[in-house]
Design a protein. Sequence first.
Length: 96
Amino acid sequence: MRTILFVLIVVVLVLLVGVGSGFLDINQIRSAKAPAVSATGNGIVAKGGQTPAFDVQTGSVEIGTRNATVKVPELQVKAPQGQAGNQAEQNSVNGM
């Protein structure tokens, strides 16, 4: 039950964002009419009625590629001064 409620809330939020951003335009083109209901000795009879109709216009999203030049930062690693020779000696001693 919680899952269904969560899904309905997400759908409503998506519709609100779509309409609010102009990506989704919903116009009602036919109104709704309730059916005529009458009770007879044989039971309840319903006649007529009409469901509403809507015209929905959606925006479009275009996806493509293009060539671009991107500057990539250069990384340089330098050992601290006075440590370069000392590091080589330590490596040779530890290698034994």
